[in-house]
Design a protein around this ligand. Structure first.
Ligand code: SF4
Length: 470
């Protein structure tokens, strides 16, 4: 058990995120100046005493105040010696490492110099630097800077047939009447924001309907939704229209034909794994065969780009299980394959089963990610976006791979944070982008869909004031 003391620091949370990459929460207590203030001293003492009851003694590690990243380097080096671990993302604990690359290129003048700083200052390992530079190059070749009038439009459908074990998203299993009532509120938000966008000269560069599982709607609800979107917005310059058809068990001929007829050319069909025993274990209500049938239907209907999400580190899966899933996706010729690392987040059911699961999976996930990089590279896929999350196995990453020319524009934009996002529906978080000030202003909708319906007028007003005031 370690007692880690940060002298001269009042906000410990960013450092805590780095320490958690090395140590499990039960293995240490972190104390900063604020914990020792008169206000918090009694609670801190209690935490220390309670922990000592379970473990006989502390080893104390003390760090003195210095510039934030230098202090993180110090923590990284000392914990590396102590634990024998050398985390691949160095001292970086943020979500968007590719955005950091872009900022460094701007500051330093070249990708080579940015890579050098990632290695010697941020302590990334060579493999991650290569992955980042490859991803950055692809993004630069695919997209120019957005104009101020182009926005990303997100529409959230917060319903799924069942809740997956690892889910931390807005996902409800609701009655048809409740879903219909939600759709009516959503249509009202679509019409309102459409008018505002016309008035302010904004138009969608991309549309992304996500969730939840949008295809848990009926074919006629999808038809109405897409018609409302077509009527409300100027789609004449749209570059991408995506619908998350995530769960194969929600996909039907009728729904796919509706999507195709309304110009949806990119969908996600997510098997997560091709192992039926795992699908059952994680609470997906479909089989591997069901996924294959849904994929074949989408091909037959003529959807141009199909993304498939798979997850590394699922419970009880071996490297061979994962390789089989990966080989199947490549064999099917999915245009995009997104390799997620299992994360055990607070809102998931998995955290009740095993709080430390993601720590135990670190080794195998590392091997799975290395395998995916190798196999996908050989098959002609390139990494085009990536992000990290808290509580990921091995503190690793999610990577979207794409065949050339099929890269998901919305995904890149959302990670770059250089474009205004207009997000509709429960849980939608709009972001007003002010590039000259390098600033984003978040304008969130509430995430509970029933409260969203009750408070829709408040949220429309919030959007008017913060998103459409220009
Ligand atoms: S399909 Fe996605 S949103 Fe729905 S329950 Fe599973 S993880 Fe959550």
């Amino acid at each position: 058990m370690y007692k880690i003391i940060l002298n001269g620091i009042t906000n410990k949370y960013e450092y805590d995120a780095l320490i958690k990459v090395f140590l499990q929460p039960e293995e240490y207590v972190l104390i900063c100046d604020e914990d020792l203030s008169a206000e918090n001293a009694a609670e801190t003492k209690k935490v220390l005493v309670d922990s000592v009851e379970e473990t006989p003694e502390y080893e104390t590690l003390s760090f003195n105040y210095r510039e934030k990243n230098e202090l993180k380097q110090d923590i990284y080096r000392r914990l590396s010696v102590l634990t024998g671990l050398q985390p691949e993302w160095g001292i970086h604990t943020g979500v968007r490492p590719v955005k950091l690359v872009g900022e460094l290129v701007q500051q330093l003048g070249s990708l080579e110099q940015a890579a050098d700083k990632l290695k010697h200052f941020y302590l990334f390992n060579d493999e991650k630097i290569k992955l980042l530079c490859d991803t950055y190059r692809v993004q630069q070749s695919v997209l120019k800077k957005p104009t101020p009038e182009e926005v990303g439009l997100y529409v959230g459908i917060p319903f799924c047939p069942t809740r997956c074990l690892y889910c931390s998203f807005t996902s409800n299993q609701s009655k048809p009447e409740a879903i219909q009532a939600y759709m009516e509120a959503l249509h009202r938000e679509i019409r309102h924001t459409g008018e505002k966008m016309h008035q302010t000269g904004l138009f969608p560069e991309s549309v992304y309907i996500g969730g939840g599982t949008p295809t848990s709607l009926t074919a006629s609800q999808l038809e109405e939704l897409l018609s409302e979107i077509e009527k409300a917005y100027d789609l004449s310059r749209i570059r991408e229209f995506t619908v998350e058809a995530g769960r194969p068990d929600t996909i039907t001929w009728d729904k796919l034909h509706v999507l195709k007829a309304h110009g949806v050319e990119r969908i996600s069909i997510n098997p997560q794994t091709m192992q039926d025993k795992t699908l059952e274990l994680i609470g997906r209500s479909h089989s591997s065969q069901g996924f294959l049938e849904a994929f074949a239907m989408a091909r037959e209907v003529g959807i141009q780009v199909i993304n498939t999400d798979i997850i590394a580190g699922l419970p009880e899966e071996t490297l061979a299980d994962f390789a089989n899933t990966l080989d199947t996706m490549i064999g099917l010729g999915a245009e995009n394959i997104t390799v997620h690392t299992l994360a055990v987040k607070r809102a998931s059911r998995l955290i009740d089963v095993d709080r430390a699961f993601h720590y135990k999976q670190a080794r195998i996930v590392k091997d799975m990610l290395a395998l995916s990089k190798e196999k996908l590279g050989q098959a002609g896929y390139r990494p085009y976006y990536l992000y990290r999350q808290k509580h990921m196995a091995g503190s690793l990453e999610n990577v979207g791979y794409a065949k050339e020319g099929s890269e998901g524009i919305y995904n890149i934009r959302i990670m770059e944070e250089g474009q205004t996002i207009v997000a509709l529906g429960a849980g939608g978080i709009s972001k007003a982008c002010y590039p000259a000030e390098n600033r984003l202003e978040r304008v969130p909708n509430v995430s509970n869909f029933e409260i969203y319906m009750d408070r829709l007028e408040d949220m429309l007003q919030r959007k008017d004031e913060n998103l459409f005031r220009r």
